[in-house]
Design a protein around this ligand. Sequence first.
Ligand SMILES: Nc1ncnc2c1ncn2[C@@H]1O[C@H](COP(=O)(O)OP(=O)(O)O)[C@@H](O)[C@H]1O
Ligand SMILES: [Mg+2]
Length: 256
Amino acid sequence: MESIKVQGVSKRFTTKKGSVQALNSIDLAIEDKEFVTILGTSGCGKSTLLRIIGGLETASEGHVMCHGSQVTGPGPDRGMVFQQYSLFPWMTIQKNVEFGLKEKGVNKTKRIEIAKQYIDLVGLKGFEDLYPKNLSGGMQQRTALARGLANNPDVLLLDEPFGALDMQTREVMQELLLKVWQTSPKTIVMVTHDIEEAILLANRVVVMSARPGKIKDIIDVDLGKQRDYNTRLTEKFLEYKRQASNLIRTESMKVM
Ligand SMILES: Nc1ncnc2c1ncn2[C@@H]1O[C@H](COP(=O)(O)OP(=O)(O)O)[C@@H](O)[C@H]1O
Ligand SMILES: [Mg+2]
């Protein structure tokens, strides 16, 4: 079953300073429960593509289908987590994670229970009553991820969610996300400019070309489902890394 279908999507931004072609005829089909990463150099249109899938931005041409219906705006079937952990500063960690559930009308007992489950999963048990400002960046981002997961959308859209984190925290978060996806598979589309991250997490890596963003290549990542930190050291992983690096390098050179 197809989850997301991007059909002939182009995007041109027009501002006072002129216009920018951010995306050029993107076609991409994502299967249900696939983990797809979108890899590309800065400014190639990754966020724009993800925002169009999320319904936060409209395409200039083409359209996006989600489970057979055309995307015309944001919806509870598609949850987003951004690089800048957009938590509500006036709400506790518990309330932040409960937020989407409350919006959906889930009753109080149930939403407390679900929120606790995900807070636990991301390793924040005991921090429920604190406010975002009392937590480190990594912990805030774990909260944002817990909130995204607690809503249980059909499709989770992640825009460089670990981009602002230090290396160690980033690796812990990548393993956490892998664990989540292994235990309860769902469709995940994640944008990143980090080659290793893109390969470690994905079934398929969609490599974008430099602006105007097009799909340059798609790498099928055959590393099995049980992956962890050590997977990075395998021969197969290194071969994928070489392949992706070569594609990215060609694109970076075009930009310069
Ligand atoms: N709201 C906007 N208005 C004008 N230009 C934009 C807007 N959003 C993105 N762009 C431009 O579109 C291009 C792609 O941006 P973006 O999707 O953010 O790239 P990436 O996420 O790959 O770094 C860039 O040149 C960027 O400046
Ligand atoms: Mg971006």
